[in-house]
Design a protein around this ligand. Structure first.
Ligand code: GLA
Length: 384
């Protein structure tokens, strides 16, 4: 479980007194995968699982950062003229400090002790939780007013420009702006958002496949390029198109010949997924949970066949879920190639679901999956 007071106590032992505690959650995405960097729509929820940071100011312009998970302490100068990524956990911390400063914030030096209970490499945004908790702690420590949307954008930039992962804004935004017992419909172009409750007759159940295939990072950036290729070609006949957000399914039918077969499938996933997100958000608000489930199932098929970001283990989990009475929908959540599924399950079927899927997945793969009944949690903030 997340360390709260024990983390402050540990900080006192390692660094001294005066620390404040900050937290930022991981997220699960109900529907809307790989739509964020296409200016589209997403429907995530913040998790209870968080990254926690105990932090206190120090006089010199340096960050001394200690990660309990990594068992490592590193130091960086805030005014390093040529910061280089180390290709490890600390890049998220350092990248955020750099981008906040580039955005015009004056930061103070700090000691930071970091702990987290967001599972790593499982598509639940442990990296966004680390970025946002870092940014929150640095801004608060320097007595700067915190604009959560600007913070999310700086964290995304850290990942894009310092870590080298061309992610969209969904994870950082959900970690900043998520709310207890709510899912968040986000327009990734305007950054307007709406929070909605989930019908009490259902639960969002996360199932961790416990696998993570290495190609995730490189394939992610490749998908982005394929989308950009699609936009560039469609623009030649549809000049108002700025992103796949502006393309309709009818446009793809009409002008599909301009695209390679592969790029056409990639674009079709994004265009149909955007439509599914909006329909799922409306269905959720109308308490039409059966419709939400059907849209989730269709989303998985689209990710599996058109976007090709699923994998054998995840497809097995989704298929097994579909056989359980009381499961309304199941799909992979997150960037792809492993990680977790998100399942919309009737309250009374949750135990049966975990039992049946857990057993059959173990039989099929030899792996014991982990289940997590998600109660959406609050966005980033001060924790003490
Ligand atoms: C990762 C990225 C997000 C988003 C998802 C896929 O989590 O960080 O920006 O693109 O993949 O929906």
């Amino acid at each position: 479980m997340g360390a709260r007071d024990p983390l402050i106590e540990r900080f006192r032992q390692n660094f001294g007194g005066g620390a404040r505690l900050y937290r930022a959650p991981g997220r699960v995405n109900l529907i809307g995968e790989h739509t964020d960097y296409n200016d589209g729509f997403v429907l995530p929820a913040a998790l209870q699982q968080c990254t926690w940071i105990a932090a206190a100011a120090r006089p010199e312009p340096r960050l001394r950062v200690s990660s309990l998970r990594a068992g490592e302490t590193l130091e960086f100068a805030l005014d390093d003229p040529d910061p280089r990524p180390r290709r490890d956990w600390s890049d998220y911390v350092r990248g955020v400090a750099i981008m906040l400063q580039r955005d015009g914030y004056r930061l103070s030096g700090a000691d930071m002790l970091i702990d987290s209970d967001v599972p790593v490499g499982s598509g639940l945004s442990s990296s966004a939780a680390l970025e946002v908790a870092t940014g929150y702690a640095l801004l608060d420590g320097a007595s700067q007013a915190i604009d959560l949307t600007r913070l999310a954008l700086c964290c995304q930039r850290a990942e894009n420009e310092f870590v080298g992962m061309r992610c969209g804004v969904m994870d950082q935004f959900a970690s900043c702006r998520g709310a207890a017992d709510r899912v968040l419909l986000l327009d990734c172009r305007s950054l307007e958002f709406r929070l909605s409750p989930v019908d009490p007759s259902v639960r969002l159940v996360i199932c961790n496949s416990m696998v993570h295939h290495e190609l995730a990072g490189s394939e992610y950036n490749r998908r982005r390029e394929q989308c950009e290729d699609g936009v560039a070609r469609l623009k030649t006949v549809l000049p108002t198109v700025r992103a796949l957000r502006d393309v309709t399914a009818a446009d793809l039918v009409r002008h599909g010949a301009l695209l390679s077969e592969l790029v056409l499938r990639r674009c079709r996933h994004v265009v149909t997924e955007n439509d599914r997100v909006l329909r799922a958000a409306a269905a959720l608000e109308a308490a039409e949970v059966g419709e939400v489930g059907r849209l989730m199932n269709a989303s998985h098929v689209s990710m599996r066949d058109d976007y090709e970001i699923s994998c054998r283990e995840i497809d097995i989990l989704v298929e097994l879920a579909g056989r359980v009475d009381g499961v309304l929908g199941a799909r992979m959540t997150g960037g792809g190639f492993g990680g977790c599924t998100i399942n919309l399950v009737r309250v009374e079927a949750v135990d049966r679901f975990a039992d049946a899927v857990g057993r059959a997945y173990k039989e099929a793969t030899g792996i014991t999956p982990q289940f997590l009944v998600c109660r959406p949690g609050a966005g980033a903030g001060v924790a003490n």
